[in-house]
Design a protein around this ligand. Structure first.
Ligand SMILES: Nc1ncnc2c1ncn2[C@@H]1O[C@H](COP(=O)(O)OP(=O)(O)OP(=O)(O)O)[C@@H](O)[C@H]1O
Ligand SMILES: [Mg+2]
Length: 328
């Protein structure tokens, strides 16, 4: 059996050919310290961040789209893969995994090693922008020139495809950098300290990249920075939009830079057909309109943008020949 796996900075997604996406789980592991046993993975571990008991630590195995904690990544996958593959596990699946287009050889080997440790029989890797394009538009897939902008939790990758990757640029900016920008704004303007989860919820509820109708206002609860006492402030949509302007501008610059580097024939196709937004960072309200204004292109947000890459992985044939190098 073959399964697709997208191990992102915030979410692990697994899909199979029959059922589509079968698992979406937070990429966090509650790790027993001093090499002790692994206790919890996924959303249960995510809730432990900042509140772990003494003998444990909450580890995010991935950072900026690549393996940052190899042991934790292996343990994390070993806990979750059998849950998905169930009784078929004894046959050990072939895994097609999405990776950043500009991944280095050691980063590749680190992921392959973790997947084999978790039980994969064979591993094939596919560049995430190609997978995302296939997942977003299966009917046209990568048959004609297209541009994909994948905005994840910690990375944005922009690729011109024709149909393989012609140009690909990436930056370590994603949804978490929007959350950071909001945290800074609340501190600097309102003297309010809130958790990362609060900032992320605020972004999802009230955040936008382009003015929206019925601009809302919400009460945000936190701690006053000076006194540490509880504090509630009113926050409106416009100030949130201004607060996330910097990371948004970094994404605009990346799109323009990639277009600049794209050969004219392919660039003109992209100008005609526009670009496709994938990754859940694309769910920020009005992001399509903002990028269309700033870059002068048609912009479309894919359906279920976060799932595009994992679904696209299963749409082509793969060579399962990526063997990890022997350790010396
Ligand atoms: N409704 C929403 N509005 C704005 N942002 C959202 C929304 N829903 C999810 N996000 C953001 O999407 C980001 C996660 O996207 P995604 O799941 O594609 O990342 P990932 O694949 O784990 O990371 P990466 O591709 O960078 O390795 C988070 O920062 C999350 O806050
Ligand atoms: Mg991703």
């Amino acid at each position: 059996m073959k399964i697709g796996l997208d191990l992102g900075s915030s979410t692990l997604r697994i899909a199979d050919e029959k059922q589509g996406v079968v698992l979406r789980e937070a990429c966090v592991i509650g790790d027993g310290l001093a090499g002790g046993p692994t206790f919890v993975v996924g959303s249960a571990a995510e809730k432990m961040i900042g509140r772990t008991p003494e003998h444990m630590q909450a580890v995010c195995p991935m950072g900026r789209g690549v393996v940052s904690a190899p042991r934790a990544t292996g343990e994390f996958l070993k806990e979750l893969l059998p849950q998905v593959v169930g009784w078929r596990w004894k046959w050990r699946p072939k895994i097609v995994a999405a990776v950043p287009a500009r991944i280095t050889e050691p980063q590749k080997q680190s992921l392959i090693k973790a997947l084999k440790f978790a039980g994969a029989s064979e591993v094939s890797l596919m560049a995430k922008p190609v997978a995302a394009a296939l997942g977003a538009t299966p009917e046209t897939g990568t048959k004609r020139s297209t541009m994909v902008v994948d905005i994840g939790a910690e990375t944005t990758e922009v690729a011109a495809l024709a149909p393989g990757i012609v140009v690909c640029e990436s930056i370590p900016v994603g949804g978490r950098q929007f959350d950071e920008a909001l945290l800074c704004h609340l501190r600097n303007v309102h003297g309010l300290e809130v958790s990362r989860e609060t900032a992320e919820s605020l972004k999802k509820e009230l955040g936008s990249a382009h003015p929206v109708r019925d601009e809302k206002k919400v009460k945000v609860f936190g701690r006053e920075m000076e006194s540490s006492l509880p504090l509630t402030v009113d926050v409106n949509g416009k100030e949130i939009r201004l607060a996330v302007e910097h990371p948004l501008q970094q994404i605009v610059a990346l799109v323009k830079q990639t277009l600049d580097k794209t050969p004219p024939g392919i660039a003109s196709d992209i100008l005609t057909h526009g670009l496709m937004l994938t990754g859940n960072g694309a769910l920020l309200k009005g992001l399509d309109l903002y990028l269309a204004d700033q870059c002068g292109l048609k912009v479309q947000v894919a359906a279920n943008p976060g799932d595009c890459a994992v679904l696209g992985l299963l749409q082509t044939k793969h060579n399962f020949n990526e063997a990890p190098k022997e350790e010396k």
